[in-house]
Design a protein around this ligand. Sequence first.
Ligand code: NDP
Length: 296
Amino acid sequence: MTDIIDGNAVAADVRDGLGAAIGTLTDAGHTPGLATVLMSDDPASETYVSMKQRDCAEVGIESRHVELAPDAPAEDLYDTVDDLNADPEIHGILVQMPVPDHVDTRRVLRSVDPAKDVDGFHPENVGRMVAGHARFKPCTPHGIQKLLEAYDVETAGAEAVVVGRSDIVGKPMANLLIQKAPLGNATTTICHSRTEDLAAHTRAADVVVAAAGVPEFITGDMLSEGTTVVDVGVNRVEADTEKGYELVGDVAFESAEAVAGAITPVPGGVGPMTRAMLLWNTVKATSEQTGVDVTL
Ligand code: NDP
């Protein structure tokens, strides 16, 4: 029997678990506050940001949204981040990526106060995570750790393969998997578009994390019996639906499910966890900035 890893259920548990901490902070006069900044008219980015605001409202986190025209001067974005850095009611800042080409992405990432960098993308926070004392773990890999934990997937001593080496998913995921901390200790291989014979790597893996952004390209014949498959991919493919498309992962679900020991679906797997861990990081940020202790 293959376990279908239910990201919606685990994410709901994470959100429930935050309730007491948010209550404590709010009672102490420090309602957690998350700012989202959008400088794009890409419908997917707009959807992501509005989902994050809805998530905040559900758990009692204040959200503030700042929207900038995609053709606004880059300085407007830098100034917005500076203002939010200085605002004591804002504990977490999320600049929705990608930003337009005329904006210096690295400058934006560097300009967010590391204490409010709930995405975990500031170089200081990346460094802290790599050094093994993370302040904020990036939301997607952190969410995957929580999923694996919830389903008792043993990573210690396991062979893990991460497909994809992006700064937001692949690299931090691999980094968390190799750490000595609980939920780590895996022997970890990172694959990418220049990897020779990807299937040889994935077949040797006990845990495969697919984060390449290529629709359904990890197939059952690339996996071994009993492997845990985590599908990060969210790909729009044309389909005969009302919207004209559907979302699929990087994994061909049916063929992989026939082989895997456990597998995340798309949607309903990693996506809800990414959102839940943003709330988690915002609560942690609030606690650290205000000095009000909470249990997370
Ligand atoms: P990027 O495009 O930044 O990185 C993709 C990585 O996959 C690159 O390292 C690339 O290699 C590698 N890759 C591409 N094609 C292949 C291939 N055929 N074989 C092996 N490796 C390949 O993507 P992201 O990391 O930002 O996102 C990955 C996917 O996850 C996307 O579908 C994205 O939408 C989704 N996503 C989902 C989230 C969620 O919450 N569910 C959150 C974030 C992302 P190279 O470096 O050599 O180019």
